[in-house]
Write a new protein. Structure first.
Length: 170
């Protein structure tokens, strides 16, 4: 798994399938997003990666919160390596990044930096300055910037399942 600490992706990782989120402590909901995105990548013979943020945005905005995370960044990277991603993008969440409007985020990051073909998010995904962007914002710009936004439905447990059982289903 190639880890990017910037947005200078190799050509082979552009035009890919990307899932965006904090992915802090890979829980069943995260696994659903990741596995659906991974299936799309395999079906279309595209590279698959994740985009995440450091620090976790809630910690950036509230300095009193010292550790609003399940796993450290290193633990997160270790967990994600086991999921056989092609690449991981770790965006430094800072004042500059947090001031991007939702439209700037889509144009500058999603379109110009990743050129992703499929973008996977959960239904409660919020982004951009003051969290003004949402899934409707992504839908609004997908034709203009040539990507397909896929909103993964929430994970619901129908019967008692173990994490091991879910991992074996891949």
């Amino acid at each position: 798994m190639k880890i990017y600490n910037n947005l200078n992706l190799n050509r082979k990782h552009r035009n890919s399938v990307i899932a965006i989120g904090n992915f802090d402590g890979i829980h069943l909901g995260h696994l659903k997003v990741i596995n659906e995105a991974k299936k799309m990548a395999k079906k279309n013979k595209l590279p698959f990666g994740l985009m995440t943020f450091e620090p976790v945005p809630v910690m950036f905005f509230n300095k009193k919160i010292k550790n609003h995370r399940i796993n450290s960044l290193e633990q997160k990277k270790d967990q994600l390596k086991k999921l056989k991603l092609d690449f991981l993008i770790v965006i430094k969440f800072n004042k500059n990044f947090s001031s991007l409007s939702p439209e700037e985020f889509i144009k500058k990051i999603i379109h110009k930096k990743t050129s992703c073909r499929f973008l996977y998010v959960s239904k409660n995904f919020r982004f951009g300055f003051k969290r003004k962007g949402n899934i409707e914002t992504l839908k609004k710009y997908e034709k203009q910037y040539n990507f397909k936004n896929v909103i993964v439905k929430p994970f619901k447990v129908k019967k008692k399942l173990s994490l091991q059982h879910l991992l074996e289903k891949k």
